[in-house]
Design a protein around this ligand. Structure first.
Ligand code: PHE
Length: 338
């Protein structure tokens, strides 16, 4: 019986080594190891053996079963590996893939806004918000802009039939913030502003601003200059030069326009923002609206600024036309993916 087992093992190992595919291997497994397979048939013969013959025969039987099982497994692994390399034959794994879902990216204005918020957050500024549709009090009166001021002209602004208007600047948020919270205040308020401008390469009827307001005891013009300069150097690099040019805004005194010059921008001075020290008349309007004296100009002072965000984006991306920012042409926008 031991000889028969050895003969069976040799024949089976040869068959297994020659099996061409998984199906043939499966058939061999049944043929040799199946319930009615060759090994089972042989082991039936155990009954006819003498007591002395049985241990050797039993041992040979186990060895044969183990040998066949191991051979089947390793042939199966070899066939699988062969199949995989055949499937990959002729495939260049270094070729770029075929994208099925194009990856989106953030709009350049959103990227700029995120950076702006990050920079001011490092300086301790919180985010504030206000409505796009506001009243004349928050847009003009509280900001020391009298009824006969040209900015209130219907030609300059979008008025609603009920007398409210699309805010002409984000300075409305200065008032709304101080109405609801006492000093110290340190906020930025990014958002849309609206004017009845003819749309052209440098003007949009809806554009974006970032308002800033800092009110505390002892806030000075030096703080304003330092903050604005830090922000612009973070955005445009340390070689950026910043210039404060005297100007007029009803709600700040003194007031300035901020110009910027950098080698990367061709060395020209470019106008970017308005700013100044909060006019005491603004604090008076806020106090009156609050019904207290929280913003006492004898005790506190503050600065405010308003940046044109679209203008900054145009400078950063060297855009010839502001309308590129709102056309949503993917061929243009895809350049800013990253
Ligand atoms: N609101 C002004 C504008 O839109 C900018 C500004 C903001 C000026 C804050 C001074 C202080 O032109």
């Amino acid at each position: 019986m031991v000889d028969q087992l050895h003969a069976l093992r040799d024949a089976a190992l040869a068959d297994i080594a020659a099996a061409p595919d998984a199906a043939a291997l499966g058939a061999l497994r049944i043929k040799y190891l199946g319930r009615q397979g060759a090994l089972a048939t042989l082991s039936d013969g155990m009954k006819t053996l003498t007591k002395e013959e049985r241990p050797a025969a039993g041992k040979a039987l186990n060895e044969t079963r183990n040998a066949l099982t191991a051979a089947l497994e390793s042939r199966d692994a070899a066939l699988t590996a062969q199949g995989e390399s055949a499937a990959l034959a002729g495939v260049d794994l270094t070729l770029p893939g075929t994208p099925t879902v194009p990856l989106g990216s953030l709009h350049p204005m959103t990227q700029l806004l995120d950076r702006t918020v990050q920079i001011f957050r490092r300086l301790g500024f919180a985010l504030a918000d206000g409505p796009d549709i506001d009243d004349e009090f928050h847009c003009f009166d509280a900001l020391n802009t009298p009824a006969d001021h040209p900015a209130r002209n219907e030609q300059d602004t979008f008025y609603l039939p009920d007398g409210r208007l699309l805010r002409t600047h984000t300075s409305t948020v200065q008032i709304r913030t101080m109405e609801t919270q006492g000093p110290p205040v340190r906020i930025i308020a990014p958002g849309a502003a609206y004017r009845r401008d003819e749309t052209d390469a440098t003007h949009l009827a809806q554009f974006n601003q970032v308002e800033g307001l800092c009110v505390d005891a002892g806030v000075s013009l030096a703080d304003l200059k330092g903050t604005v300069e830090f922000f612009l150097k973070e955005l445009f690099g340390l070689q950026t030069k910043v210039r404060f040019r005297p100007h007029f805004f009803p709600f700040t005194e003194p007031s300035f326009e901020v110009d910027l010059q950098s080698p990367a921008l061709g060395g020209k001075w470019l106008e970017l923002a308005g700013c100044g020290m909060v006019d005491p008349a603004v604090f008076a309007a806020v106090n009156q609206s609050r019904g207290d004296d929280a913003y006492d100009p004898e005790k506190i002072s503050g600065y405010a600024f308003g940046f044109g965000l679209d203008r900054l984006a145009m400078l950063m991306a060297d855009l010839p036309d502001i309308r590129l920012l709102i056309e949503n042409d993917v061929r243009f926008l895809a350049q800013f993916a990253g």
